[in-house]
Design a protein. Sequence first.
Length: 388
Amino acid sequence: MTNSNPEVSPVPRAAATRTRQTADGLSLASALFAALCVLAAFGATVLVRSALVHLNAYSGVWEIPLIATIAVAAILFWPALRSMNLSRKARRFRDAGDLVHARIDTAAARESAVLAFGWGVFFLIAIGTVCFVLLNNAEVGKTFFFLPLMLQKWPLVVKAFWNNVFIFIVAEILVLIWGLIVAILRLLPGPAGLPIRALAIIYCDVFRGLPAIVTLYLVGFGLPLSGLPQMIIPPIAGLFVDPAAAAEYAKIPLTWYCILALTLTYGAYVGEVYRSGIESIHWSQVAAARSLGLSYLQTMRYVIVPQAVRRIGAPLLNDFIGLQKDTALVQVIGVVDAFNQSRIIASNAFNLSAVTIVAILFVLVTIPQARFVDKLIERDNRRIRAGG
């Protein structure tokens, strides 16, 4: 006769024992980890105090945040001790044969232990960053975060950063258009579209394989050296202006070569994003549109592309964030952008704080867009879960 009582069944008891042992180990480890965090906080306060004394900036007021740092580390003992208490309760429930409450308290003990570990890691990384900046009597901090130099050169770097802003805004607009053209050409149907599809595939493969800095170098230096602008632009400009002044239009600013290079590079990536969105639309919609008499381009324009764009918003924004960061590469052909300006300042001051300004500017521009991408992905996931 089989015993159906789960409280005396050996299988649940064995599983509960293993779970309890894991919880006991995590509880003890979280308490030891909290003690480690307190010791690390104490060591960090010693380092900070020493750096402040070396900088002649120490006063009694600094003791308040230093003591608060140790107190914050000590708070980690609360979830660790709670985990140990819950683990002991789970052991008592198990000894009493109440496996349900034993498992509940064991799960709560593990959750509290993991909470202590998570915030402890965050705390260690935070104070580790502060200690890194103050290493070698704050020489590291003065190299990257020398405030007098940053305050002095901030306007100059921000002014140069507007070149980056102009480049990535214009390039993003052109990439949106060019990438869609490439995607549509790559999806042309039938044998007649085969040569165009092949050209689109070759273009995507080549420019996705080329590093952006190589494309910038080839376009920025290669086109002016080849004489193509002087050959093509004056005859076209002569149709609208005085032919004697048309040659001036061949002197294209380097900024536009950068925009062209970035458009060619990211057009290949965005073209693939468009293609994935278009191909995600069920083929029956294409068949229905064509059966109603719409041409291929009309089907794309009125039926497929509007739906595809809704699905690729997050990947497109990710590509544009990459494009914005790659505008820092334009200094390779001599454009005075924020990074190039900061390099000039750094070479004159023998300090990298100006480059830190550039990093801050790019982060300030990028983070809001990254959070916006997260919101878009979350919205899409909710719509998918809701069946819409």
